[in-house]
Design a protein around this ligand. Structure first.
Ligand code: MSP
Length: 513
């Protein structure tokens, strides 16, 4: 029996400012995968949340004279609200300031101490507060007297203080073996090389505590130190499963995670540090880390400091949530960086949603309302062209599942929208409005086939545009519980005589101005 449990996570977001499109993107990808697995019969656990400790947050709070906890309370709620606005199907929302997480991090620390992987020394080197990351001399450059990380462009500062270290250097070979044994641990493939080369160059021990500020989880038995925010943050993925209780049902059912969805900028933490911490703590590493590309605006990474943010809330207000979800999944190439713009968003809504899928639903529902007394007609024998339409989709389902398995969301959507295009063509070519006058029985068959095709396309689109598909199902007189992959092959679901409600416009066309 294959494992029918599926655990997926988003990064936990820094509540240092308003949520932006980059955050929305990570979350939407994870939600699409979670929803697909759910309708494919998996028991899914989907986690998101906020990463609230560390110097970055402490400084942001100080800027407005707030204590860091109430600062986080205020902003974390905006991320929680975003889960609703984006229509995420997450099971939990974790905050790293919660007690359950504190227990879990302390346990990890103690396990690392016990295994001999932690020692006390002194750190001196470069640190970026914005990335909460240590950088080597060869990873920084100087611009106008300011030292910056080459990778992220963020400012680094010199740090010298007593620190606990994690013996990362002793894990290089074990990590390389682990990547070898688990060839799909890091996806997309293009990023895997980067990580492996970095590890092959030899890893240095990692500073895992700080003494120069206090906003964090104190090191057990030495509260002069707070635990490094990345060791703290990564642990969220198991805290939410009730770790340290490894006998807990959630932990047993869902760890190791099937996939951590993250941006490429935080791959090193997830693909190197995290499995090393877990292996040292005698816990299983996750099965996969998928590092998506950045969303660019004017060819630059969209970020608060660059001030080039497209606000997801504004876009949703004007264009709708399914429209935004669809656009990001279809048009941003998941493994690479991708530019987004309002112009492209409008074109995508018009071409794919309004003129293609929306039009298909609208014209078929209206036809049934006008010509079949709003009832689904009884089909007669299917002809080859009908069978071809239906079978083309049915036989692609295993392939579509594989695309989801590999997180290849762009190809997945493209396939489905092509089915919708073919269905519109079938409707145009067979001209049921003419058949009405010449061959009612054939017209009934065509309508029966195309409605079944709408049902199947809608099921496949559900992970991306869930609320629109729920509306389509309601119009067809079907409950949400029927939105399941295995219903694609069920041709008895839509029964002749079923009432089809008045067709509504699902996606309004956007005027380009
Ligand atoms: N708190 C850490 C993650 C800890 S996970 C244990 C963090 N937070 S973040 O808020 O800065 O970023 C969260 C995610 O948003 C990252 O995956 C990051 O890649 C993603 N994005 C932030 N800006 C982005 C774009 N412009 N485009 C796409 N995603 C980017 O890192």
């Amino acid at each position: 029996m294959p494992d029918k449990n599926f655990y997926i996570t988003t990064p936990i977001y820094y509540p240092s400012g308003k949520p932006h499109m980059g955050h929305a993107y990570s979350s939407i990808i994870a939600d699409v995968l979670a929803r697909f697995k759910k309708i494919d019969g998996y028991k899914v656990y989907f986690l998101t949340g906020t990463d609230e400790h560390g110097l970055k947050i402490q400084r942001e709070a100080e800027k407005i004279n707030k204590d860091p906890k109430s600062f986080c309370d205020d902003i974390s709620i905006t991320f929680k609200n975003l889960t609703k606005t984006l229509n995420l199907s997450n099971n939990d929302f974790i905050r790293t300031t919660e007690k359950r997480h504190l227990n879990s991090v302390r346990e990890i620390w103690q396990r690392l101490e016990k295994s001999g992987d932690i020692y006390l020394d002194k750190y001196s080197g470069w640190y970026s507060v914005s990335d909460e990351a240590y950088y080597d001399e060869n990873e920084i450059s100087e611009e106008g007297g300011i030292k910056k990380s080459i990778a992220s462009g963020s400012k680094v500062e010199w740090v010298e203080e007593e620190s606990y270290f994690f013996k990362l250097s002793s894990w290089s070979n074990k990590l390389l073996e682990f990547y070898e044994k688990n060839p799909d641990f890091i996806l997309p493939k293009s990023r895997k090389k980067e990580v492996i080369n970095f590890v092959k160059r030899g890893l240095k021990d990692l500073s895992v505590s700080r003494t120069s500020f206090s906003w964090g989880i104190p090191v057990p038995r030495n509260n002069k130190h707070v635990i490094y925010v990345w060791l703290d943050a990564l642990t969220n993925y198991i805290s939410a499963l009730n770790f340290p209780n490894t006998n807990d049902k959630l932990y047993k059912d869902f760890w190791p995670a099937d996939v951590h969805i993250i941006g490429k900028d935080i791959l090193r933490f997830h693909a190197i540090y995290w499995p090393a911490f877990l292996l040292a703590a005698k816990l299983d590493p996750p099965k996969r880390v998928y590092g998506h590309g950045w969303i660019l605006s004017d060819e630059k990474k969209m970020s608060k400091s660059l001030g080039n943010i497209l606000d997801p809330l504004e876009i949703i207000k004007y264009y709708g949530v399914d429209q935004l979800r669809y656009y990001l999944i279809k048009e941003v190439s998941i493994g690479n960086d991708g530019s987004i713009s309002l112009e492209n968003l409008k074109n995508c809504i018009n071409n794919d949603l309004a003129n293609n899928y929306g039009n298909l639903c609208q014209r078929v529902f209206s036809f049934i309302n006008k010509n079949c007394d709003s009832n689904l007609p009884e089909p007669s024998k299917l002809q080859d062209i009908d069978k071809k339409l239906i079978n083309n989709l049915v036989k692609k389902v295993p392939n579509l599942k594989t695309l989801i398995e590999k997180q290849e969301l762009n190809s997945y959507v493209k396939e489905i929208i092509d089915f919708s295009f073919d269905s519109n063509k079938y409707f145009n070519d067979l001209e049921p409005w003419k058949l009405k006058k010449t061959d009612i029985s054939r017209m009934n068959t065509v309508i029966f086939c195309i409605l079944n095709q709408i049902k199947s396309i809608s099921i496949l689109l559900y992970p991306i545009i869930p609320s629109s598909v729920e509306k389509t199902f309601e119009i067809m007189g079907l409950g949400k519980e029927n939105i399941k992959i295995d219903k694609i092959e069920d041709f008895n679901l839509l029964k002749p005589g079923n009432k089809i409600q008045q067709g509504k416009i699902l996606f309004k066309k956007i005027d380009s101005d």
